[in-house]
Design a protein around this ligand. Structure first.
Ligand SMILES: [Zn+2]
Ligand SMILES: [Zn+2]
Length: 241
């Protein structure tokens, strides 16, 4: 499936990404729908449980579009999961949480970035102050959230930002701006750290087996493909084997 196939135009019916989730009942087919939102066209994802409760990963903008999409799918938005607090991933977060009453999750460090905005956040978020009443839980490495039968595991990924989260669900990894198809996120913004990013790449690539990788920008990939061909992943392991 080409990259162009899986991303939506506003007029198209939501396209489902085939994925598998592990549950108490064994393997089930997960429903994940990608959608590009906001000025930067960040990849946002709607992930549905069997009962059609939805988690939205990185609502970077256009909350109305996401609400409309959920409605079309017959889904109820229950959770909002943030990979990291850059404006292109959280632009629609507050409005979406207010509108739907969904629980909001991000790591402690990313929430802190919003509490103490530096130049970057001030410039792009304008206000940069987190509405604490919307934040359900500050996540830490290894935390596990559940959405009905789906288990969502938090993998701490510092480097692109103070503590980005990758979310592992079944055979799928949502990697935010840590790992992209063939490349990685920049580390020149506030809180960025190249060595930390290299460590995060190793942490992801050390996961046993293969995963479908759904990143914050550009097309989807697989962990195995990135292990083989991503020059930054090779760099992360250079001198360590
Ligand atoms: Zn970012
Ligand atoms: Zn981004």
């Amino acid at each position: 499936m080409g990259h162009a196939d899986i991303f939506l135009n506003r007029t198209e019916r939501p396209a489902r990404i085939p994925a598998l989730g592990f549950t108490g009942k064994g393997l089930i087919a997960m429903q994940i729908y990608p959608v590009k939102v906001g000025m930067m066209q960040c990849n946002c994802y709607l992930m549905l449980s069997e009962q059609k409760n939805a988690a939205v990963i990185d609502p970077g903008g256009q909350p109305d579009k996401l609400i409309e999409m959920a409605k079309e799918l017959g889904a109820t938005i229950r959770m909002v999961l943030i990979t990291h607090a850059h404006f292109d991933h959280i632009g629609g977060m507050e409005a979406l949480c207010r509108e739907t009453g969904a629980n909001l999750y991000m790591t402690h460090e990313e929430a802190d970035m919003l509490r103490h905005p530096g130049m970057y956040e001030k410039r792009y978020l304008q206000k940069g102050v987190l509405d604490e009443s919307l934040l359900t839980q500050e996540l830490r490495e290894g935390d596990v959230l559940t959405l009905d039968e789906l288990t969502i595991e938090v993998i701490g990924c510092p480097g692109h930002s103070p503590m980005g989260a990758a979310y592992r669900v079944g055979d799928t990894l949502f990697t935010g701006d840590t790992l992209f198809a063939g490349t990685v996120g920049r580390t020149d913004l506030e809180g960025g750290d190249w060595d930390a990013l290299m460590g995060s790449l190793r942490k992801l690539c050390d996961l046993p087996g293969d995963y479908r990788v759904l990143p914050g920008h550009s097309g989807e990939t697989t962990l195995e493909r990135e292990r083989k061909y991503n020059p930054y992943v090779k760099q992360a392991y250079a001198g360590r084997q």
